[in-house]
Each structure stands twice: as C-alpha cells, then as structure tokens.
Write a protein that binds this ligand. Structure first.
Ligand code: COI
Length: 367
C-alpha cells in the first residue's frame, strides 16, 4: 500500500447559492469543489488536488471519447442529527471501482488515496450535505482515459475525478411504486461482457430501450439475460427483488449483472430478520405465473441512487402485471425505513456499515 500523497486544496472564491432542498431532483446541482488525481504510466497516480468545480479540458483525441475506457461509482454521504457526517460502506465502492478497473484495463487506485480524497472533499463541501428527509449528498467518482491516441489499446494516462451533488429521490415518483417495462428486443450485456463493471457503455447501451419504454409511460426497463431472453437480470439503475410466497428472491450474480452494494445490504438485512432470501436465476414466466396465482407479493429495486424503489407494474409483451395493487408493500417500506434510518444515523447500525467523516482532518493547505 502506498502512503497517500498530500492533497493540495484550492478553495473556490465564488461559492454558489445552494438550491432549495425540496427541489433537488437527482444529479442536477454540483458542489463548489471537485477532486482530481492524474495517472501516467511512468509516474503512477500523482498530483492529488481539490479545486473549484469547473469544466475539464481534454484533447479531442483522448481515448475516453473514442473507445469508452471509463468507469464510475456512486455512493452517498449523510448528515446525522448530531452533526456527524456519515458515509455508507465506502470500502465496498472502492473495491468495486478496482474490480471495474481490472475489467476495463484501468490501473488500480489505492484504497487509501480514494478514501482520503472522499473524506477531504466532503469536509471542504460539507455545507452542501442536505438534511431534509429523503435527501443526501450523492458522490460520483469516475476515471477517464486521457491519452490522446487513436490506436485501440489501453490508455497510458488517466484522470480520476470525484464530483458531488446534493440529491433527492432518483425517480420523480419519489418512494412511490414505479412502472417497469420488461425488454424483450434489446439486451444490456451477456456473461463475459462488461455487465458486471460499472462502465459508461452499459448505460449507453440501455438508452434506446429506455426511451421506448418511457414513451409508453414506463420509468425504466427490466433487462432479461442476453442468451435465453428469459431470466431476469436488473433494471437500468437498480438490482431487483421479488417476494413470492414469503421468500425473497433476487437474481444471482451471474457475471452479467451489477454487484450492487445496496443489493448486498438488503440481503444482509433480510437474513438478520430471518426472512428467507435466495439468490438464484428467476425466469420472467415464473414471475408472471406467481403474479397470476397470487403468490407474487412484492417487487422492488435497490441501488445507491434509487435506494429502495417499489415496483407497482411490469409490462412484458404488452401483458401488464400489477403488483401489490400498484401500492408500496410492507416489506419494501420496512427495508426503506431501516436502510435510510441506519444511513442517517437515527437507527442502530448492527452491521457497522457507516463510516464517520472526521471533519477536522483537512490537510494544512486547506486553511
Ligand atoms: C447508482 O445507484 O449510484 C448508480 O450508479 C445508478 C446511476 C446509473 C444513476
């Protein structure tokens, strides 16, 4: 492990006005500062700095524009009632960042560099952490390949950047159930592809289907597996869970779906409550049969951005399946309340998920 290099901090002299907390939406406003560190094949990761939030200048030949060599993460910080600032399972995000890096041929980033950057950036912009119910500070770390070269090969230069955005609910529906279109023409990925990596191409590949679904009144698409077009994978921005006859099922990590941190936390919570939970392949026919015979009790999505989002309707080949009368189910509500309670520090954290941001530890240049 390398020692973290000292982060240089240049404070903004033009602080922005903060948006009203009841109108944040998702990913619309950005805080006053951002973190950047450069990579060069001969220097490694170097020159960590926090600077005023600003556009970045890149050579038009930078590889990220042409071959999509980029990865990202998403995590959240919360302001607890006693003033503490809490981060939800950042080590898991950093582990996944580095797994995505391996898949996309991006050099590893030392966990201590990322954690130090997160803590210092959050400290500098701590006034941006919203406190209203249902809000948080969404943090978006990402890596881009910056070498100006058009040969198809891994870049020799990168930038790792962290930006932050105060957010409310991801869906305009808020915590109310969303309607989801089951996609049968397009696929998101296949096993052996990059579906498990958090890379931009997965999301770009989903846009066309998402637009078609939107035109028909659906919030997002539920992807089926790319080979059989039969097994449920994930929704555009969340993993999915189904409660059937008292047992909660979620698609197993087949290699083509995202290994969600909220997904993992929900499985842990269900086990803690002794609610049966199984990770296994779930076919769309099985879901529709369970819907018809009344054993499908609830469906919900999980994600950092979406938190817990109840699913009130599926549409597959124009056949609508209304779940829980289109209302939020008891389990979804209990999971949402518990998870957000732990995250905001109002409920006990038996899993030790929350990490305190030590607000006094800024590097000397911050003064
Ligand atoms: C997240 O939940 O952080 C995600 O990455 C979803 C994002 C694509 C909005």
């Amino acid at each position: 492990m390398t020692e973290p290099q000292e982060i240089q901090i240049e404070r903004s002299v033009n602080l922005k006005a903060k948006p009203p907390q009841d109108q944040l939406g998702f990913g619309i406003y950005y805080t006053d500062h951002m973190f950047i560190i450069n990579y060069h094949v001969e220097l490694g990761w170097h020159q960590p700095r926090i600077v005023p939030y600003q556009p970045i200048a890149l050579d038009p030949a930078a590889k990220v524009f042409h071959y999509g060599q980029t990865i990202f993460e998403g995590l959240k910080a919360y302001r607890a009632e006693n003033g503490r600032v809490l981060l939800f399972r950042p080590h898991k995000n950093i582990e996944r960042l580095n797994r995505s890096n391996v898949r996309m041929c991006v050099p590893q980033i030392d966990e201590s560099i990322v954690l130090d950057a997160l803590k210092q950036l959050i400290t500098v912009d701590q006034d941006w952490i919203p406190t209203l119910e249902g809000t948080s500070l969404y943090i978006r770390p990402f890596v881009i390949a910056t070498q100006p070269a058009l040969g198809v090969a891994p870049s020799t230069e990168y930038q790792f950047i962290i930006i932050m955005s105060p957010v409310g609910a991801y869906y305009p529906e808020g915590v109310n159930p969303v309607k989801i279109f089951v996609e049968s023409d397009y696929v998101r990925t296949v096993v052996g592809g990059v579906g498990e990596a958090k890379t931009a191409g997965n999301y770009a590949a989903g846009l066309r289907a998402q637009e078609i679904a939107k035109d028909q009144g659906y919030s997002q698409v539920l992807w089926l597996d790319g080979v059989h077009r039969k097994y449920v994978e994930e929704v555009g921005s969340m993993n999915v869970f189904f409660k059937i006859n008292g047992t909660v099922y979620t698609p197993e990590l087949s290699g083509s779906i995202l290994n969600g941190i909220t997904r993992n936390s929900i499985i842990q919570l269900l086990r803690y409550w002794n609610i049966p939970v199984e990770e296994r392949a779930i076919s769309i026919d099985e879901l529709y049969e369970a819907g018809k015979d009344g054993s499908l009790q609830e469906a919900f999505g999980t994600g950092t951005a979406a938190v817990i989002s109840p699913i009130g309707e599926l549409n597959w080949h124009n056949e609508k399946l209304i779940i829980q009368d289109g209302q939020t189910g008891e389990l979804s509500k209990m999971l949402y309340d518990t998870l957000t309670g732990i995250q905001k520090g109002t409920l006990q954290d038996p899993f030790e998920w929350m990490i305190d941001v030590p607000l006094h530890l800024l590097t000397p240049t911050a003064k």
